[in-house]
Design a protein around this ligand. Sequence first.
Ligand code: GLY
Length: 396
Amino acid sequence: MLGQGKTEWAWETLNRVEQKMEKVSARSAHKIPYTTLDGVHDDRSDDANIAWWTNGFWGGMMWQLYALTGKMQYRQIAEENEQKLDRVLMNYNGLDHDNGFRWLPTAVADYRLTKNPQSKNRGLLAAGNLAGRYNSAGKFIRAWNDWEENTDDHRGWAIIDCMMNLPLLYWAYEETGDPRFRQIAVNHANTAAANFIRPDGSVNHIVEFDFEKGGMIKSYGGQGCGVGSSWTRGQAWGLYGFTLSYLHTGETLYLESARKIADYFVANIPESGLIPVDFCQPQEVTWEDSTAAAIAACGLIELAGAEEKIEKDRENQAEENNYRKHGQESVYRNAALRLLETLALMRVNWNDQEDELLTRCTAAYHDAEHEYSIIYGDYYFLEALMKLTGKELFIW
Ligand code: GLY
């Protein structure tokens, strides 16, 4: 449970975000932004960029804000974002394991709120394509397609981020009753639990499997600083993703996996409360990734809630035996609050004439550019505040 003072903080911060986003969304109504240039959203809805993996988060922000306020402005923008993504559903090469990131916050969110049958159709098409990426020998979902500009063979590649795409399959199972969707999600989650999580609770970003016979071949550093390092957004995807698989299935393996990653993450939060791009980056490198902080906060809040539910069920059982346990503050929720309060104080741009919320986000350690705004940072910061105030539209 959140104490009174923290609840007030969460509401105040959420209201500030909504006041800013009302202006920002009016300015960016016909865009699908990824980042900002001099405080102005770019637009990834042109033909060259419409398949970009982050193109569901803007719609997701709009659905969250619509769920919060009922303002039609947000709903119309979300619907436009969803419709624009239909061009991707007709483009085989544009589809990949990130179908979850694109269609859960858009079509599936719409369907959850409005029961729009076209949105359900979109979500199921995206889920069917995601299920079709399953490699049955290796029991994993293939991450990326092969890119013309790159000679890597991606047929055996899976990445930790995919844990966040599995909820599209859980949703499709819940909607259709077809167990194939759940079976594929669970098999991938089991493979990830066995092959991505290291003994200390950190996770690999990329694992390559033998795509004919199965079995792990090796790991790659991916978007982190090197092989065996701890790319922080990858840790956050793993922490939140395993928590979600636990919420959808009740499997203890996923709860234990989420706890292991969470314990590692919490133990490595620097004194400043600001998250680096990689927990293993050299001390002299100061690059941050605010998206990792926001995503981890969402996962930690959900994990705290899952643990409290288990504890409550135990207490109810114990009460029947005349035994009462006192409530304890959750280490995970406290860590989430610390991350969010630090972001709100130091890494949110509150100027409503500029379009971004979070500053100092980084896509990848070895990229030429670091520390700019990224739309999924804004999305997860909003989602975390919605969770803390009990107002969240559950998207995953
Ligand atoms: N899913 C890719 C990333 O987190 O950058």
